[in-house]
Design a protein around this ligand. Structure first.
Ligand SMILES: [Fe+2]
Length: 484
């Protein structure tokens, strides 16, 4: 036991040294535009008869199973699925050992129409009162059509709780999407932070819109039934299609993908917050009103005051449209949200802001542009140690293809950028350190392409807090490195 933990500690220290060297090299030079030359599968959707969309066997068998966090602190999940022939049972049976489902919860059933498409019966079931850091087995459906899955709850909220998040955006349902999903599933990620644009069903017309939502639900089940996907909405979820008589924004998404918004005092499922392990995660909606005095603005102002970095040191924000982006695609689209929220992100020392939307990868330096106003003339972003790092991970692999034209020259705020498909992982090690990787799909292999050691913006950037931490936790891995 001692040998194993010593070996782990040594390998972690070596990793830290390697990443610190990498980080100091990174910070001493201008940004990198990767020249990696890739081949790629065509950006076309996988045919509906492919096995990745297979309908499970049995009468009225549950399909499109997915789970998400169901409360503020990680002791509940919402389990969702679809039945097609009849409503069937809304019950989830669950327990802590396989094939012993001694607990149960009853869910709700909804459905909707989209043009002439009629959805299946969409089930959402809140399972709460769970124990932390525990594997649960669950069963849904009836008789021979019942299906079994499992998930693991996170460790209790603790500043040093280690946890690994995966980050995926703009996934779609092409062969590139499948490559991203398969590589993510090999990564050891425990929960997905999803950055919006799920199915790209809105690229279809009439009844095919609903059909491609169903196929995407079956496609993502292999991961989403077994670990929470934390949802944020993108422009492809809006589905404002007046030519088909569909003018209710987010209709398919809101029926199919539940979020625990009430637990964070939000009044809308499109923006909310959760706490998980050592992270406080805030989900924003790029396509809902957010200017001053709107409900989203007022909610965010309150939520930021509830963040307790002594309990959840890592403050992470998800949105669809990137605020700092140097790709020709969607350039400047994040300016309105930057104007509304950037000063708060700096004031509250947000660690990471993840966005999708641009079909490429980009990481920024810590920069801000909060001194700008129409009369100061300070119109360019400057280095700012209190600012978040902005990460664009919109490269899941959907049918629209890659955004391959970056602006030239690379702006000073851009640290690394590459137009390839992939996903990211964020390994929170303790209250001070996190290891981050962007993993390029690389035509079949998961390749860690951009790797950075991040120091926590609250615990590691303040000398007084570092001294207090060292005094109270003499064996903790606080090391002297430049804040990155
Ligand atoms: Fe988008």
């Amino acid at each position: 036991m001692f040998g194993t933990s010593s070996a782990w500690a040594l390998s972690f220290q070596l990793l830290v040294v390697y990443l610190v060297l990498l980080s100091s090299l990174e910070s001493s030079r201008a940004g990198i535009t990767s020249t990696f030359v890739r081949t790629q599968w065509p950006s076309t959707d996988i045919p509906l008869d492919n096995e990745v969309f297979a309908v499970p066997n049995g009468h009225n068998a549950p399909q499109q199973v997915h789970i998400t966090q169901g409360d503020y602190d990680g002791k509940a999940v919402i389990i969702s699925w679809v039945t097609t022939e009849e409503p069937g049972s809304g019950k989830v049976q669950y327990g802590k050992s396989e094939n012993r489902y001694d607990l149960s919860a009853e869910g709700t059933i909804t459905n909707y129409t989209f043009y002439h498409y009629k959805s299946g019966y969409i089930h959402h079931c809140l399972v709460d009162g769970l124990e932390y850091d525990t594997k649960y087995y669950y069963k849904i459906g009836m008789g021979n059509s019942a299906r079994k899955f499992w998930f693991r709850t996170p460790p209790k909220i603790d500043p040093d709780a280690a946890y690994t998040f995966g980050i995926i955006g703009d996934l779609g349902q092409t062969y590139n999407s499948l490559s991203t999903l398969e590589h993510y599933m090999q990564s050891g990620g425990q929960t997905v932070l999803f950055l919006g644009d799920l199915s790209y069903a809105d690229r279809y017309t009439y009844n095919d819109v609903g059909i491609r939502w169903d196929s995407w639900g079956r496609f993502a089940e292999c991961s989403a039934a077994y670990q929470p996907w934390i949802w944020s909405a993108g422009n492809h979820e809006i589905e404002y299609m007046p030519n088909m008589g569909e003018v209710s924004p987010f209709k398919s998404f809101l029926h199919r993908y539940a979020t625990p918004y009430l637990a964070s005092n939000s009044t809308n499922p499109l923006w909310y917050a959760i706490r998980r392990a050592s992270a406080h995660i805030i989900v924003l909606s790029s396509y809902s009103p957010f200017v001053k005095y709107t409900p989203q603005w007022m909610w965010l102002r309150e939520e930021l005051t509830r963040v307790d970095r002594e309990k959840t040191p890592w403050l992470i924000v998800l949105m669809h449209v990137p605020i700092y982006n140097s790709n020709e695609a969607h350039f400047m689209e994040g300016e309105s949200m930057r104007a509304a929220f950037e000063s708060w992100f700096v004031q509250y020392k947000v660690d990471f802001i993840f966005a999708g939307h641009v079909h490429a990868y980009e990481r920024s330096y810590r920069i801000s542009n909060i001194h700008y106003n129409v009369s100061t003339g300070d119109r360019y972003p400057v280095a700012d140690k209190s600012a978040p790092v902005y990460l664009t991970v919109g490269d899941g692999g959907n049918q629209e293809g890659l955004a391959e034209r970056f602006r030239d020259p690379q702006p000073d705020y851009s640290a690394f950028r590459e137009a390839s498909y992939g996903h990211s992982t964020l390994e929170l090690k303790n209250r001070t350190h996190a290891v981050y990787h962007w993993n390029r799909n690389d035509d079949g292999n998961k390749v860690a392409t951009d790797s950075v050691l991040f120091l926590n913006q609250y615990w590691a950037s303040n000398l007084h807090r570092r001294r207090r931490l060292k005094k109270n936790h003499p064996r903790s891995s606080v090391v002297r490195v430049a804040t990155y």
